[in-house]
Design a protein around this ligand. Sequence first.
Ligand SMILES: [Ca+2]
Ligand SMILES: [Ca+2]
Length: 224
Amino acid sequence: MKTLGLVLAVATVLPVRAMVFDFDSGAQGWTGADNDGQSPFGTGGVALSVDYQSSGGNPGGHISITDPSNLDFYFVAPANVLGNQSSAYGTTLSWELKVTGNTYDPVPDVVLRGAGLELVLDVGPAPTPDLWLGYSVVLNETGGWRKGTLSGATPTASEFQAVLADLTGLRIRGEYFAGGLGSEVGSLDNVNFAAVPEPAEVLGWSAGLCLAGAFWFRRSRFVR
Ligand SMILES: [Ca+2]
Ligand SMILES: [Ca+2]
């Protein structure tokens, strides 16, 4: 019981830990989707597979999609990002994107879907071609998100929390060039989604803190 108490106490003071996708050893479950440019953006569309690239990322591996149609392609987050992500409220989602063209910007750059709501965001001007550019957005109602479309209403705090508590979709836009079938490439690297630590990680942290404490105690005694 004391052990459980220690673990729970440690868990309550741990910072929220991010879920990181560096694509250095594979696509890590990410897929793609082709959307028709209309709401909803976070579900449906034509399913696409991503191409895994073992080099050319920022650094190391990354994933890419080559424009297959006149629709807008998105990168689709894997299931382990979804579900109850309440602890991610107020943290950030960041990613790095490289595109080969930037002629249009009328559709959401990132989409969250859950609890019957869809939240979309325009992160700014279309990215400069052929450069890895980083983006970071706040995961709460102050982050610039809109409901349904880019001209939709700002979500309330409770609406945003409801989406994160039942997250069913996360998509990041990869297409910014009108045309370019078969030649436009969108590349994604270093996605960082704040998330709660796994129980095993909490136990690992506990063990690590105990070891650090024991080392400090021994060292303190030695110094004295
Ligand atoms: Ca990488
Ligand atoms: Ca295109």
